[in-house]
Design a protein around this ligand. Structure first.
Ligand code: NAD
Length: 418
């Protein structure tokens, strides 16, 4: 829930939808279909802990829309997961898959758990039981999970193995973001951050801005944040500040994200990295910079702090980092916001490539994957930006309109059953 605006992520996702539906004059029938999730499953389930006790957990799998293809979306393990958060994330997945025009619908899952408090064995038990509980929805043609906050390739391997045990044969295409040895795709682990860097490069070109030495701030140093930081550094950006859940660090001369990744492997946090001063997390996003990448959680940029956030490019690595009120302020202040459903779509795009490779049991080399990813990201950026400039509207609204048009068209063509 955004403290500043008192809205849940789901209310925000619906508000963004309403804005686009209104702008494009979408029919009422389609508004009532597309505004809410198609299926929601809540599961309460027990897990045997290492000390022999049993603990109860709650999890969710929500399919927002499956008109254009199987539900697609990550699974999040976090103590603050709620049904409303999962609904919002599922809805954003529908628009994300449509904006990059891949044949998937939108879904998302989550378990209310702080996984840092579990042993590896408990994490495996929880994952296998959760996979079993949501298995009625999961399948290569129905719903395909992937990693999200606090989940990774190992968790996807356990999930895939559990479903395969139920069917009695290998079901490699039921999840993406798997380890390479199990049908994972080359390039998948870097794909989201790589896509962020492609979008930033396109935005800089459009704005006539030189990325060489451009001061850059990244919030979150997990999968998306660390890869975005590395790729932006490799494009010439100067990473001056980085933060994670434990705190933030600042060095105006620049932080080498490749070396920071090595530091993280030892300490599990960015804190105490040499030659940096600590910064409170609340101040990180307000540090003066040219490129800002929020890559942690939702509702970080609100009406409260948006007036003090003035990068030239705001590239949303995270899902839902900006509230609608903040969006208005950023637009008035000429901040070029690359919206989440476009900016972080590199991950789901390579997940699509992984699914295609698994279905065919035919694997591509990494240069082909990165090349195809660039084609998808660059053309999607161009399509969204052209629409935004033509109507003088924010890129988020343009991206939502483009995505809703595609899902609405598929819905009209399929018709209402029966
Ligand atoms: P992750 O678990 O790998 O990393 C999350 C990072 O955010 C960690 O560094 C963590 O310390 C930090 N963090 C958490 N809470 C924070 C807080 N309150 N303040 C500052 N930092 C905080 O997760 P990820 O996969 O990198 O996902 C990050 C975001 O990107 C999420 O919004 C996710 O939905 C989105 N996303 C992920 C992918 C993907 O492929 N993994 C794809 C698209 C979008």
């Amino acid at each position: 829930m955004s403290k500043a605006e008192n809205k849940s992520p789901y209310q925000i996702a619906q508000e963004q939808f309403d804005l686009a539906a209104e702008f494009m004059g979408l029919e009422d029938d389609l508004r009532c279909i597309l505004r809410v999730p198609k299926r929601e499953l809540t599961v309460n389930f027990p897990v045997r802990m290492d000390d022999g006790s049993v603990q109860a957990f709650t999890g969710y799998r929500v399919q927002h829309n499956v008109t254009r293809g199987p539900g697609k979306g990550g699974i999040r393990y976090h103590q603050n997961v709620s049904l409303d958060e999962v609904r919002a994330l599922a809805m954003w997945m529908t628009w994300k898959c449509a904006v990059v025009n891949i044949p998937f619908g939108g879904a998302k899952g989550g378990v209310v758990v702080d996984p840092t408090k579990l042993s590896l064995r408990e994490l495996e038990n929880l994952t296998r039981r959760f996979a079993t509980e949501i298995s009625p929805l999961i399948g290569q043609d129905g719903d395909i999970p992937a990693p999200d906050v606090n989940t990774n390739a190992q968790i996807m391997a356990w999930l895939m193995d559990t479903i395969s045990m139920h069917t009695g044969h290998l079901e490699s295409a039921i999840t993406t973001g798997k380890p390479l040895g199990l049908g994972g795709s080359l390039g998948r682990s870097d794909a989201t951050g790589r896509g962020v860097s492609f979008c930033v490069a396109q935005a800089a070109k459009f704005l006539n801005m030189d990325l060489k030495d451009a001061p850059t701030v990244v919030q979150g140093f997990g999968n998306v944040g660390s890869v975005s930081a590395r790729m932006l550094h490799d494009l010439g950006c100067r990473i001056i500040a980085v933060g994670d859940v434990y705190g933030s660090i600042y060095n105006p001369k620049g932080i080498d994200p490749h070396a920071l990744v090595q530091h993280m492997k030892k300490t599990r946090t960015v804190m105490d990295y040499p030659d940096c001063e600590p910064v409170p997390n609340e101040d990180l996003l307000e540090i003066k910079c040219d490129v800002l990448v929020p890559a942690a959680l939702e509702e970080q940029i609100t009406a409260e702090n948006a007036p003090r956030i003035r990068p030239k490019i705001l590239a949303e690595g995270a899902n839902g980092p900006t509230t609608p009120e903040a969006d208005k302020i950023l637009f008035e202040n000429n901040v070029f916001v690359i919206p989440d459903i476009l900016c972080n779509a590199g991950g789901v795009t390579v997940s699509y490539f992984e699914w295609v490779q698994d279905l065919q049991s035919f694997f591509w080399d990494e240069s082909e994957i990165n090349h195809r990813l660039k084609l998808v990201m660059d053309s999607s950026f161009q399509a969204v930006n052209e629409r935004a400039q033509a109507h003088k509207i924010p890129l988020r609204l343009a991206a939502n309109i483009l995505a809703i048009e595609r899902v609405a068209e598929a819905t009209r063509l399929r018709g209402i059953y029966p």
